[in-house]
Design a protein around this ligand. Structure first.
Ligand code: SF4
Length: 250
């Protein structure tokens, strides 16, 4: 069951050039998963003697997952170099967003979380059962991805065309620095709205949280394409360093 909280914040005074934006909170969003997804991510075929443990941990995990999201739509007012000036009077700085977005374009900013209970349980379990703790961590990864995918599909429906996700700090962080989390948090106030806080190094607590910007794009942007790291979660082959499309030298 999905609940729209009805929480609406009029954040900024309207002037001729600025736009008040609505920040919405979504609770109890779908984040359910199949047992086989957890088994596959754990390569459980090689862990036959652990199958009943995994099944038990999945049952234990479900009530500990509390998916919530906060999001808002904004519009690009102008782009100047790598700075994307928004109608809400905030400015995002990002090479990839400056290359992809157009003035007037609508974007959605969001933070999704599954809450703190599952990772607290994983941390407690790690004192006695490392495999159990790892399994709960992996379940958390799957659940938060499911919640983010649900939000993305809602936003794609509204935008009416294919969208890409731009996450601060993803890949090498050169294209959209993790410090841009500050802008997202200023706009969305996730601490008050969904109990997600930002550390001084821009990490989110609870850890099983995802933030980003969603926007229509001609080709899907996948950060992995420009990320040389060895990584089990890679979604696209590394194609080399990103070459900026726009010339920013005037
Ligand atoms: S390859 Fe891994 S670290 Fe790099 S962007 Fe993709 S998921 Fe992130």
């Amino acid at each position: 069951m999905t609940h729209w909280s009805g929480k609406v914040n009029l954040l900024y005074p309207l002037t001729e050039d600025t736009l008040a934006i609505l920040v919405e909170v979504l609770r109890d969003i779908p984040a359910d998963f199949e047992e086989k997804e957890v088994e596959s991510i754990l390569a459980a075929g090689r862990l036959k003697d652990k199958m009943s443990d995994i099944a038990g941990l999945i049952v234990k995990s479900r009530p500990l997952i509390e998916p919530r999201a906060v999001y808002a739509f904004d519009n690009v007012s102008r782009i100047d170099g790598d700075n994307i000036h928004l109608r809400s009077e905030h400015t995002l700085r990002s090479i990839i967003l400056a290359d992809t977005l157009q003035p007037g374009q609508e974007i959605a900013l969001y933070v999704v979380t599954i809450g703190r209970k599952l990772e607290e349980e994983a941390s407690e379990l790690s004192k006695a059962n490392l495999f159990g703790a790892l399994t709960l961590e992996r379940i958390g990864d799957i659940a938060v991805q499911k919640a983010a995918a649900y939000l993305r599909s809602k936003i794609q429906q509204r935008m009416g065309r294919s969208i890409s996700n731009f996450g601060p700090g993803t890949g090498t962080g050169k294209l959209f620095s993790i410090n841009q989390q500050e802008v997202l948090f200023e706009i969305l106030d996730p601490l008050r709205n969904i109990e997600v806080r930002l550390t001084p190094s821009y990490l989110m607590i609870p850890r099983k949280s995802i933030s980003g910007v969603l926007a229509a794009s001609n080709a899907e942007y996948v950060a992995c394409e420009y990320c040389p790291r060895k990584c089990e979660f890679r979604r696209k082959q590394f194609s080399g360093e990103y070459r900026p499309v726009k010339c920013n030298t005037g």
